[in-house]
Design a protein around this ligand. Structure first.
Ligand SMILES: Nc1ncnc2c1ncn2[C@@H]1O[C@H](COP(=O)(O)OP(=O)(O)OP(=O)(O)O)[C@@H](O)[C@H]1O
Length: 324
């Protein structure tokens, strides 16, 4: 694996304008991702995961104000590119996104082969024949038989439609593929099939993945890295093995305790309380109101502490000499 970061995100922020004030959905997010690496972004519903994904592709609704920060792709700040260049060179070409519920958004009256070939025709200007050949190769890659190219979405199962959507994202051979809850609508066996496809693509093509999910269990197999998001911020980022074995943030520890395990009699732990509103997040640590380990200093906004190489945590418990 290349150890230079392919994607470096720093201090990414965005807010939605609403009649009740700005909703700060992404509030100072930073991370890096290497070539061939998969990062799982974990977090409860509403913490800003989809907003982060859309920000990376600059695919945001009109009521977004102040998208700021840096998104460096192989060293170039693509957030600063003019929209035309971003559209021609980055979006769907070098970074692709499989949106939440995309498999339900396939065009019902167009054969799936044509839909998978379309990004090549639009973004690369390829002929239909050449694009269809590449679509067929991509179908093979995601484990869909070639004769499915001629089918309509309604003729496919949910798992097959999800593979088609994945093929649509992969057909231009992007360096980074972001998947927003790619398996949440599927049954467990079908989910496992999709995760295996992702693993194979990662190994064969060296594609980097950002996988957004609230499902700790299915994501753990693919993840090299884990980012835990809470109320618009990353509260912990670490190598997956380290994160699962030694979660450092109290929220991560509670969450790990709340993952049902097959061979363990432990009952899932419910984390009492609600995430704060992103309209007016509390001053200081945003998790403090729900945190069993909170102490005096949590009234102040926590700094990000580095525990080991590539392991950061946003929590005062990790400031030297601090703690309850
Ligand atoms: N267009 C919008 N206008 C105003 N607020 C929005 C808009 N889109 C999202 N939000 C708000 O921004 C916050 C983050 O939403 P986002 O969809 O990014 O979260 P999420 O973690 O992906 O949640 P989910 O898993 O439920 O999709 C939420 O409070 C949501 O209500």
């Amino acid at each position: 694996m290349d150890t230079h970061p392919l994607l470096e995100v720093a201090d990414l922020r965005l807010a939605y304008r609403t009649s009740r004030g700005p909703v700060r959905a992404v509030d100072g997010v930073g991370f890096d991702l290497r070539r061939g690496e998969a990062m799982v972004v974990l977090g409860e519903s509403g913490c800003g995961k989809s907003s982060l994904a859309k920000a990376l592709l600059r695919l945001l609704p009109r009521n977004v104000e102040g998208l700021t920060g840096q998104v460096r792709l192989a060293g170039e700040d693509v957030l600063a590119l003019p929209e035309e260049r971003f559209r021609a060179e980055v979006r769907w070409v070098r970074i692709a996104l499989v949106m939440q519920a995309a498999m339900n958004a396939l065009n019902p009256v167009v054969r799936v082969g044509e839909q998978v070939a379309e990004p090549l025709r639009v973004h690369r200007g390829w002929s239909r024949a050449r694009a269809m050949e590449q679509a067929a190769r991509t179908f093979e890659l995601v484990g869909v038989a070639g004769d499915f190219l001629q089918r309509y979405p309604f003729e496919l199962s949910g798992g097959m439609r999800q593979r088609v959507v994945l093929a649509m994202a992969l057909v231009t051979e992007p360096e980074v593929v972001i998947l927003d809850e790619p398996t949440s609508a599927l049954d467990v066996l079908t989910q496992a099939g999709i995760m295996n496809v992702l693993k194979r693509i990662k190994a064969e093509l060296g594609t980097s993945f950002i996988l957004i999910t609230h499902d700790v269990a299915t994501s753990s197999e693919l993840a090299d890295r884990v980012a835990l998001m809470y109320a618009g911020q990353f509260v912990e980022v670490a190598d997956a093995a380290e994160f699962f074995a030694h979660p450092a943030h109290p929220y991560a520890r509670l969450l790990m305790g709340s993952v049902p395990r097959l061979h363990q009699a432990e009952r899932p732990v419910h984390i009492p309380g609600q995430p704060p509103s992103l309209l007016a997040p509390p001053a200081g640590c945003r998790f403090a109101p729900r945190c069993p380990q909170r102490f005096g200093r949590c009234d102040q906004d926590p700094e990000v502490f580095t525990l080991a190489a590539r392991h950061q945590v946003r929590c005062w418990l990790h400031a030297d000499g601090e703690g309850p």
